[in-house]
Ligand binder design. Structure first.
Ligand SMILES: [Zn+2]
Ligand SMILES: [Zn+2]
Length: 415
């Protein structure tokens, strides 16, 4: 027997409706905000992620599925959705079209991580990318997309926002961080000592206890915002208030990549037993330029589907079950079974969900199976029925039976 690769998961037929539900709500919300789906390849040149995700990130340094293809090119399975969309935006000249370009994606993504609860090596994401608009309303609208989605999925959530400024105000802030952390370097983890040199903002992100203790009193970015960034952040907040969305400011949210600018946000589940971030995003005005395009304002977010499903389950959200067959056509034997097959075809052609025995079961076993499927009706065709040109239609709910002529069966189930 060949087993499934470590860190991957099958979505089985009895569970796939949950995925389809989340995906359909995501598409519905995307449509509501007039986003168009973009589909980019599952693999890209490795260089794209080195530039587009950031060479110092854990994702790029430790977690990428990278391999040489037969043409000796370095290829990587996408570890996230944004870089591919950015590449496509530049390559296809989407910036020359009507702006903003409002896009969403539903993708598998791949990271070589130590498998643990809620973390898989192949996982799935819904993401939104809005390119070409720098207004604060764009940030607010993007946050609203996520807010609408999470609420439609039945989640209780809290929004945390922050601004990490622009390269101008961040230069002053980075210096303040360095001044603050310098005397504490000995207490920081190895990763953080590297971050201190390369990207001090990411020191605030560290989950190590020792680092967290030092971080507590670090200077706050909001005190260092330039005038434009401060005004932008005020405007984002006022748009959120206008939309009736509650938020809290959390200065510890930093998206530690160079191309992130201004607004950053996270949605956290507040249901009992289901803590944790369900969605994160922000503005990244530096990304498209970093990927070789013209400077282009951009904002977006991503939410992991597995994570959403896990939190929905922990929060007791009931996902609507798939539609059950309307009618199971049970044929006694030989010609009766053929008639059942024929009627099932006619019913399906008229849009009625009909099921028929494919296992050559006895009539009794067919009834049992129809019950298991949750069919609303069983239409029995025995010798007598065949002769008289009708089926005996039994309601599985009430147990009542009525004869229905073969020629009227479509009409019967359409009404
Ligand atoms: Zn600024
Ligand atoms: Zn650390």
């Amino acid at each position: 027997m060949i087993n499934i690769p470590k860190g991957t998961k099958d979505v089985l037929p009895q569970d796939s409706y949950k995925w389809q539900y989340v995906e359909s709500v995501a598409r519905e919300v995307a449509t509501l905000f007039n986003l168009k789906e973009i589909r980019t390849p599952t693999f890209e040149h490795t260089e794209l992620f080195n530039r587009g995700v950031g060479e110092t990130t854990d994702v790029v340094t430790k977690e990428m599925y990278t391999f040489k293809d037969k043409g000796d090119r370095s290829i990587t399975l996408k570890p996230e959705g944004t870089a591919g969309v950015g590449r496509s935006y530049i390559e296809n000249g989407l910036g020359n079209g009507a702006l903003p370009a409002k896009m969403y994606y539903l993708i598998p993504a791949f990271r070589y991580e130590r498998p643990q609860a809620g973390r898989l090596r192949e996982f799935h994401q819904f993401g939104v990318e809005v390119y070409g608009a720098s207004s604060a309303q764009t940030d607010a609208e993007t946050i609203l997309i996520a807010d609408t989605l999470l609420k439609k999925l039945g989640l209780q959530i809290k929004l945390y926002i922050n601004s990490i400024g622009c390269p101008t105000c961040r230069a002053a802030y980075n210096q303040a961080l360095k001044d603050y952390f310098h005397p504490h370097l000995g207490a920081l983890c190895g990763d953080c000592r590297t971050r201190f040199e390369k990207n001090p903002l990411r020191l605030l992100d560290c989950k190590e206890e020792g680092c967290k203790a030092v971080n507590k009193d670090a200077p706050k970015i909001l005190d260092y915002l330039c005038e434009d960034c401060a005004a932008h952040f005020e405007e984002v907040k006022s748009c959120l208030a206008l939309a009736g969305v509650d938020y809290e400011i959390d200065p510890r949210i930093v998206r530690g990549l160079d191309y992130y600018t201004r607004t950053v946000f996270e949605f956290v589940s507040t249901s009992i037993g289901a803590q944790g971030t369900v969605c994160g995003g922000g503005r990244y005005d530096g990304l498209i330029e970093q990927l070789g395009g013209k400077p282009t304002p951009a904002v977006g977010f991503a939410a992991g589907i597995e994570r959403l499903l896990m939190v929905m389950e922990q929060s007791g959200v009931v996902i609507p079950e798939p539609i059950k067959p309307t009618v199971y056509l049970a044929g006694m034997d030989g010609d009766c079974r053929k008639k059942a097959f024929e009627l099932a075809t006619i019913l399906r052609n008229h849009g009625v969900i009909a099921e028929v025995d494919l296992m050559e079961r006895s009539l009794k076993a067919q009834f049992k199976y129809a019950d298991k499927l949750g069919a609303k009706y069983v239409a029995v065709i025995g010798g007598n029925e065949l002769e008289e040109g009708r089926a005996n239609v039994k309601s599985m709910e009430t147990g009542e039976s009525v004869p229905v002529a073969f020629g009227e069966i479509v009409e019967y189930f359409l009404n």
